[in-house]
Design a protein around this ligand. Structure first.
Ligand code: ADP
Ligand code: MG
Length: 355
């Protein structure tokens, strides 16, 4: 090993490389050698008078829908794209600062960032710039479904079709990966947030009551099931009676929620079918044999894996701890960056010039 390489490998021992899963609902930070160190909602509260960030993560989420006029709680990554560049940069900067608090400040971290598949070059550049401005030494970008597969330890380098459906808050990524690349993918805006708004609409139409987003989320995660349950599930919920304007309580059942979610769930299944139909035959046969892998918080929706399996006739597996699969994948990449270089989204400078 020559001196330069020796110094480089020695520096790595003291560095504080991080992986960031920039999700629409949750942002996770993985630190090399330490695992997941931050897991917070992707929300930022900004004081509009001063332009200053007041709170980030859990604290900011608690402010959603409850802020005085001049404080704005923003979800900067709604729909999986960086809809608010400055706030995203603030958030990354805060996260990097917090994650590397106790580390050597002289070495800038290498950062692996997961982004939704199918984001545009402009958006990729925005993520790269935001991360660089936030203090990263090197920025590497990976598509989230790829990171999810790596987090699930699927053989992404091999010539076999690995299919993953990552159901997040704002978007669902459906992708087939083989030989280190994304062979087919589709990104749809049907995910956890849409399920919540489906529940809100259903309750408004059926019961003439307005419920909030948090209530809808609670309903979804406690009694939401896309297949009939062994014993019926019930939950009393409070909302505003649209006729009288006063508070009112109704009892919701799992059947209500199934009905509310049916069109979105059907659309998700249809999108999955489309990706399968567009896959080359060899890849399709791999997927039929190896099954489909689910990650993201949406994979926890009760009954979804079984329903998908019944509808598509392909085995469905759920990642262990689906909410952290992407972050863990970013971590695996960090630990062995050389081996994973080919799966990263190429830097524009490295691409051959466009004809
Ligand atoms: P993102 O990657 O977009 O940040 P996540 O993978 O963190 O999204 O998933 C967040 C979504 O998962 C939210 O919409 C949340 O409501 C949903 N979710 C979390 N737990 C459950 C559950 N037990 N049942 C159904 N949905 C869930
Ligand atoms: Mg995600």
């Amino acid at each position: 090993m020559n001196l330069l390489n020796k110094i480089k490998s020695w520096k790595r021992l003291f560095s504080h490389d991080v992986g960031i899963d920039l999700g629409t609902a949750n942002t996770l930070v993985y630190m090399r050698g330490r695992g997941i160190v931050i897991n917070e909602p992707s929300v930022v509260a900004v004081n509009q008078k001063t332009g200053q960030v007041v709170a980030i993560g859990t604290d900011a989420k608690a402010m959603l829908g409850r802020t005085p006029g001049h404080i704005l709680a923003i979800k900067p990554l709604t729909n999986g794209v960086i809809s608010d560049f400055e706030t995203t940069e603030e958030m990354i900067s805060y996260l990097l600062g917090r994650a590397t608090e106790s580390s050597n400040k002289l070495l800038s971290p290498r950062v692996v960032v997961g982004v939704p598949s199918g984001i545009t070059n402009v958006e990729i550049r925005a993520v790269r710039d935001a991360t660089q401005n936030a203090g990263a030494g090197e920025v590497h970008i990976v598509e989230e479904p790829m990171a999810a597969c790596i987090g699930m330890r699927l053989p992404v380098h091999e010539p076999v079709g690995n299919m993953v459906i990552d159901i997040g808050g704002g978007t669902t990524d459906i992708a087939i990966i083989s030989l280190g690349g994304v062979v087919r993918s589709k990104n749809v805006h049907i995910a956890g947030d849409k399920f919540n708004s489906d529940i809100i609409s259903y309750v408004r139409n059926q019961f003439k009551i307005l419920i909030g987003d948090k209530t809808a989320e609670h309903v979804k995660t406690t009694i939401g099931s896309v297949l009939p349950t062994h014993a019926p599930l019930e939950l009393p919920v409070k909302g505003r009676d649209l006729v009288t304007g006063l508070p009112k309580e109704v009892i919701l059942t799992d059947t209500d929620i199934r009905e509310a979610l049916a069109p979105s769930v059907e659309a998700l299944i249809e999108s999955t079918r489309e990706v399968l139909e567009s896959a080359p035959p060899e890849i399709l046969s791999d997927v039929m044999q190896r099954g489909i892998y689910l990650s993201g918080g949406g994979a926890l929706l009760k009954g979804l894996p079984d329903l998908l399996e019944n509808e598509i006739n392909i085995p469905v597996h759920v990642a262990d701890d689906p909410l952290t699969a992407v972050a863990r994948g970013c971590g695996v990449i960090l630990e062995d960056l050389e081996n994973f270089r080919e799966i990263l989204v190429a830097n524009e400078d490295e691409l051959p010039p466009k004809k």
